[in-house]
Design a protein around this ligand. Structure first.
Ligand SMILES: [Zn+2]
Ligand SMILES: [Zn+2]
Length: 444
């Protein structure tokens, strides 16, 4: 191995050296987790003594044990205690993740910080929830982020403990608040903090954006964030807000207040909610059922969706189901709405490795270029965000699509990655040869 500080003369050697050092660091981090467990084993709580973590799912540790270990690894007491707690959670309740963590630095290994982040989510939850997350996330843990982990936890809790989940949701709704506090400095500024229904806040967000945009057209040159804050002040005076919105051409869909119809903001907020028919139709059986809010990739309780749909400020449009396995094709460059929608629903986000831009905001790329005969069909389309579309078009990044929804990328330095609905995977396989015109259904 090259010594650190040596000037390496080729990009490939720099990448090799960085990869080797990463493996060494990952192994050391895993070793610290194992030592944290050793430390806990050496300091069990005596009968009647307080447990450092007060966690009934794990062996009790003497309350005063974590402090010294924390100092030894150069962290605060709290951070050190957290690390020991997470290490125990992994070893006792997340055995698959623990095994991968202990193999850190090898191709199958998992970096400690990723394992710890998952453990942080499962701590204190029931054993069956921890077991399910361990089984589901262990093969994918090297690539899932906190949002996915949180979503899976939420789904698992809802599925395995539905009564508790609905109760927690009701309880959460009771914690809604809007609190204003003056800042301590005498600047005449205050701080607003609020917790509320997601849809209410998305609507508010949309109104703030609309008023901020109107202010800009009136010559207000303040930055967007400042204008959004000013918009809150305008909303505090409903007459002012109504005047601004009704007298700005194009801000509302109708200004005809005599018709008895309530004027609406021109661009209605659109939420794409995916929900099974059973969950929507049968309120009782669907109590613990989940839908998915596509814009935010968030699971939501079906009871919550029904509540939103029954509100007077919600306009509901039901879209027919598109079979994601159908082969759709047209003989032109432009992508028809139905094919566009099928690609969006199938891929969820940008097809580039580790990119999470929502597919709905992406360009749809002909994998085999249309100018070179590539077909406009289910097999030959992939969503690429603007940045990654440019990379693919103007640089040496290339990809092929072995099956719809799976993409095999090759970097300018010849590294290969596979992206599919479960995320991004490194691969050493050479890219498969694409079918003629990028289509697996020459006759379909
Ligand atoms: Zn992207
Ligand atoms: Zn095709």
């Amino acid at each position: 191995m090259e010594s650190v500080g040596t000037v390496l003369e080729t990009p490939a050697r720099v990448l090799d050296a960085a990869r080797a050092q990463r493996a060494v660091a990952d192994q050391a981090e895993a070793r610290i987790l194992a030592l944290a467990c050793d430390w806990a084993d050496l300091h069990p709580a005596s009968p009647g003594e307080a447990d450092a973590f007060d966690d009934p799912h794990l062996p009790a540790v003497a309350w005063d044990a974590p402090a010294e270990f924390a100092l030894a690894i150069g962290t605060t007491h709290d951070a050190g205690a957290r690390l020991i707690h997470q290490a125990l959670e992994l070893r006792h309740r997340l055995p698959r993740l623990w095994a991968r963590t202990m193999a850190a630095g090898t191709p199958h290994g998992l970096q400690s910080w990723r394992a710890r982040r998952i453990a942080e989510h499962t701590i204190a939850h029931p054993d069956d929830v921890a077991t399910h997350l361990d089984a589901t996330l262990a093969p994918l843990a090297h690539q899932v982020g906190p949002v996915t982990t949180h979503r899976l936890l939420h789904e698992t809790l809802t599925r395995l403990h539905p009564v508790q989940s609905v109760a927690e949701h009701d309880q959460a709704m009771n914690t809604r608040h809007a609190t204003i506090r003056p800042l301590p400095q005498p600047t005449g500024m205050a701080y607003l903090e609020a917790t509320g229904d997601l849809k209410d806040f998305l609507d508010l967000n949309h109104t703030l954006a609309t008023i901020a945009a109107i202010l800009a057209t009136q010559g207000n040159t303040a930055p967007l964030d400042v204008r959004r804050s000013q918009a809150l002040g305008i909303l505090a005076d409903p007459h002012h807000a109504a005047h601004l919105l009704t007298t700005t051409p194009g801000a509302l869909t109708t200004t005809d207040s005599d018709s008895g119809r309530r004027p609406r903001l021109r661009k209605q907020l659109v939420l794409y909610v995916h929900l099974s028919h059973t969950a929507l139709a049968n309120p009782r059986s669907g109590a613990g059922a989940l839908g998915r809010l596509e814009n935010l990739s968030l699971p939501v309780l079906s009871t919550q969706i029904r509540d939103w749909c029954s509100r007077t400020d919600t306009h509901l449009t039901v879209q027919p189901v598109i079979d994601l396995n159908d082969h759709l094709a047209v003989d032109r460059y432009e992508i028809p709405e139905r094919l566009h929608e099928q690609t969006t629903l199938r891929e969820v986000h940008c097809a580039f490795p580790r990119c999470t831009r929502p597919a709905r905001t992406c360009d749809h790329d002909h994998t085999a270029p249309h100018a070179q005969g590539g077909r406009t069909c289910t097999c030959n389309l992939a969503p690429l965000c603007r940045r990654h579309h440019r990379l693919k078009t103007h640089t040496r990044w290339t990809y092929t699509t072995p099956t719809p929804g799976t993409h095999h990328w090759t970097t300018p330095h010849g590294h290969t990655y596979l992206t599919n609905p479960t995320g991004t995977h490194t691969t050493t396989q050479p890219p498969p040869a694409p079918p003629p015109r990028g289509c697996w259904h020459p006759d379909g």
